[in-house]
Write a protein that binds this ligand. Structure first.
Ligand code: 5GP
Length: 197
């Protein structure tokens, strides 16, 4: 997606060899016009799949999940929770263990069972794809629910990490709107074209 690639090159930067910072439009400050177009791009990529709901993980996946849900005609969005808050989440949950690449820690993600009916067609959306842990955890929860993964859409794939290859090898249809191929002295290198071009 050309507009996203341009935003990454203009406003993003890298830290070390493997962290991509795009706080200016995706992870802290939100560029709503860009996010709306991201939602539209995911709609165009997955419109031929049966999709009943959008599934993401708090917090950074929620913005793109919302605009994607709007592009599909206001589908529900469910976001997996990372903390066990007894007041808001009952014990009747699906859960999966996810190793966080950015926080270097293992967490459980949880979704209340009643929001993920058996047989649902679920489109997974997230901001980044790195080692694929978050997407694998979400797909595992979909499996536990007896639902179906309609596809996996990520705004930015880090092509130098293994997640994209792993998920595609497992048979998931993965669409990334921009691919960072490397980081050199803080500068991000991008693939010339992406799935949405
Ligand atoms: P994975 O689970 O694929 O290893 O990593 C994806 C998750 O970690 C995403 O939900 C995203 O929030 C976070 N993440 C991974 N790499 C980066 C990165 O380079 N920058 C940012 N901002 N988040 C990342």
């Amino acid at each position: 997606m050309k507009e996203l690639r341009e935003a990454i090159l203009k406003q993003g930067f890298g830290i070390g060899h493997d962290i991509v910072k795009v706080d200016m439009f995706l992870n802290h400050r939100l560029d709503i016009a860009l996010l709306t177009n991201i939602g539209q791009a995911f709609y165009e990529a997955f419109q031929d799949e049966p999709v009943d709901m959008i599934l993401t993980i708090e917090a950074s996946g929620i913005a793109a999940a919302i605009t994607t849900a709007q592009a599909f005609g206001n589908l529900p969005v469910i976001f997996a929770k990372k903390s066990r808050t007894t007041s808001t989440l009952s014990s009747d949950v699906y859960e999966a263990k996810v190793y966080s690449f950015t926080h270097k820690s293992e967490n459980f993600i949880r979704i209340a069972k009643n929001y993920l009916p058996k047989g649902s067609n679920v489109l997974i959306i997230d901001d980044f794809l790195a080692n694929g842990e978050a997407a694998e955890g979400l797909a595992e929860i979909v499996r536990q629910a007896g639902a179906h993964v309609a596809g996996i859409g990520v705004c930015i794939e880090k092509g130098f990490q293994a997640g994209g290859q792993k998920l595609r090898n497992e048979g998931y249809r993965v669409v990334s709107l921009a691919t960072v191929t490397g980081i050199e002295n803080g500068r991000l290198q991008l693939a010339d074209a992406d799935d949405a071009d």
